[in-house]
Ligand binder design. Structure first.
Ligand SMILES: [Zn+2]
Length: 213
């Protein structure tokens, strides 16, 4: 019964300012990356990944080109989400093309993302495996809330809200973290972080990366 009420509330919120990011995903994703150029991915240790990015203030053609390049880079690296600092750009933008636990595909872009604080009683932790293009070939279990709401702006500067459950909720939190200077390995225990870095050292990424100085 309680679950049902929660679902109904969530249903109403769809009509309350949340972007519809599950329609025409294929076409939108393809159009972006057709206009974009894939760029190499920055990896842990590159300073651009370890500080808060600058707010987006100009919503013009340069931003549109960046977003296209980000979709192209995300596809080339086979990612489900990509933050601008992962291609070396110090701006608060992320793109995503990510399935949720119900198999629905979500595709979109968020500028200046802020995670909504969830009430403690609605926080359910989900123990899932997480990886990051900037920590190539490494994976670790990380508990995160299984529901997330992100506030931000679209490519034109209009205010938007995006919400996700399960794996997509994980993606929204992971990408927002990036733009605030945090990698998922920063949320791991010392031991798990070390293990992830060891996995990275032993593996070879299947995409081009930016060598660290
Ligand atoms: Zn990442």
């Amino acid at each position: 019964m309680a679950q049902q009420e929660t679902d109904q509330q969530a249903e109403q919120q769809v009509n309350d300012g949340f972007v519809v990011d599950t329609e025409d995903c294929e076409e939108r994703e393809e159009a972006h990356r057709a206009r974009g150029t894939a760029r190499p991915i920055t990896v842990v240790g590159n300073p651009v990944l370890h500080k808060e990015c600058k707010d987006v203030t100009e919503f013009g053609p340069e931003l549109a080109q960046l977003i296209d390049d980000m979709f192209a880079s995300q596809k080339a690296a086979e990612g489900v989400g990509l933050a601008a600092n992962q291609i070396g750009v110090d701006l608060k933008v992320f793109v995503y093309d990510c399935p949720d636990d119900d198999g629905a595909r979500h595709t979109g872009v968020v500028c200046n993302p802020v995670l909504e604080e969830l009430p403690a009683d609605s926080r359910r932790l989900d123990d899932g495996n997480e990886g990051c293009l900037s920590v190539p070939t490494a994976y670790a279990e990380l508990a995160r809330p299984d529901y997330a709401v992100v506030h931000g702006q679209d490519a034109e500067g209009n205010p938007i809200k995006v919400r996700g459950r399960g794996y997509f909720a994980r993606c929204l939190q992971h990408e927002t973290d990036h733009l605030h200077g945090y990698l998922y390995i920063d949320r791991l225990s010392k031991r798990d972080r070390k293990d992830a870095l060891r996995q990275m050292e032993e593996g070879t990424p299947r995409y081009e990366t930016v060598p660290n100085a």
